[in-house]
Design a protein around this ligand. Sequence first.
Ligand code: HEM
Length: 482
Amino acid sequence: MIGSLFAWTRQLTNFFKREDSTDAGGSVVPVSLGAAHPPGPKGISALACCVSRQRDPLTELGKLARRYGDVVHMQLGRRHDYLINHPDHIRAILCAPQSEMARSTPPGLKRLLGRGLLTSQDDYHRRHKRMLAPTFHKELVRQWSSTIVRHCVRIRDSWRDGQEIDIEHEMQRLTLGIVLQGLLSVDLDEQTDEIARAANTLIEMIHCRTLPIIDDLLDKIALGRIRQFNNARAQFDAMVYRMIRERRVASSPAQDLLSNLLQVRDEEIGSNALTDDEIRDEIVTMLVAGYETTAHALTWTWYLLSQHPESEKKLWAELDVVLPGRLPAVDDLESMPYNRMVLSEAMRLYPPVWIVARRNPNPWSLGNDTLPPGSFIFVSQYLIQRDPRFFSEPERFDPERWTPEMAAQRPKYSYFPFGGGPRQCIGEGLARLISLLVTATIGQRWHLALAPRQKIELEPLITLRPKYGIRMIIKRRIVPLC
Ligand code: HEM
């Protein structure tokens, strides 16, 4: 019994250790046994906690935060984990230079994304962020709006009154379509389009490729599905490279992110352009980082609206006044503050990215504590955004919290759905634009009611998703001229 418990503990510890092999430039370094650590579960309760954390991370991390406070320390073998629950500490961690705090990324994701913004570090990351930032400038992002509205119209026209849909699935198809079109001018609904099919296979498989143990195992036994994934990736890559080559010589290239990436130059060190490999990695990164997060922000927004008819009515009233019988355009968004408040509140309760992890290559001071090198440091949007110190009645959906006056009263890092500091989301403006135009275009036409007996449970994977999907009944709104 003891023997198998020991073997199992070692397995768990190894699992944690392999995750870090290429991150933060450091391996797990033992600390002296006598070192004092912040409060947290110790010994066997740390092990028990680790097991429950795997099973139900949201509940378990919430319990730890309530019991131990702003800095929780957990040790399993030589691995040190910290859970940080105060906006000032969160700011210090997220805003620290990358040489002090590196992002921790699963290796499977690195194999898929190569060296894009999500997975790269230090000088390489800084150079790319500097070069890519202009392509996400407000003015360029606004150019996405006609693509977004066109895709929304297509989806809202495909629905029928009384139809039952899985809103998570619908939002994923919608945002994948928008992002593929905006990145590469590829139409996902064009079934003959080979790149769309390869992208679909890639996306379907992405979850198991990013779970460390499963990923390695599947690699070794090369199951049919994995071969399918590898083929899809090779096919996708070949096409992206081909598109890059064609675009480089095209006389009137399409207006999309690929064309923008071909034009970016590094002003700081002269005029170096991105290589084909660098562009491929950034394109795949944007695809992966952009579509599912936005889809889940929207999925939860529809769910919350269905549960709060008074908020839904307010949103409709705003849409009907601003858009009497016409489609929304980017300039209308200024006149839709309630739409914006609903989205902010939905991302508070259900942040699509619910936790981020960092590792410190060197000892790092946090308040009175020194974190040993190679620690895993977690900050959770889900926890802090439901903390009653910063949000009264935190479980209540209340878009009114997001009037500019109310929002200004809260500490900055009590709400950070898009992260912060050097690794802040580059797509924030785009994600907001897509989400607001989607709620406006679909909300103009349809009312979405939760299907009877639909069970809602959270599944915190890479993004925070509904474990059983969310089935909803579509009902046509009675709005003249819409
Ligand atoms: C509601 C939608 C979205 C949410 C909630 C979201 C959230 C986040 C968060 C929290 C991070 C930082 C992670 C960390 O600190 O470790 C991040 C990074 C990133 N996001 Fe987003 N994101 C969204 C949409 C998008 C879109 C639409 C794109 C691009 C098309 C995008 C591209 C990226 C990239 C490239 C990074 C890495 C930035 C870096 O490391 O410098 N995201 N996102």
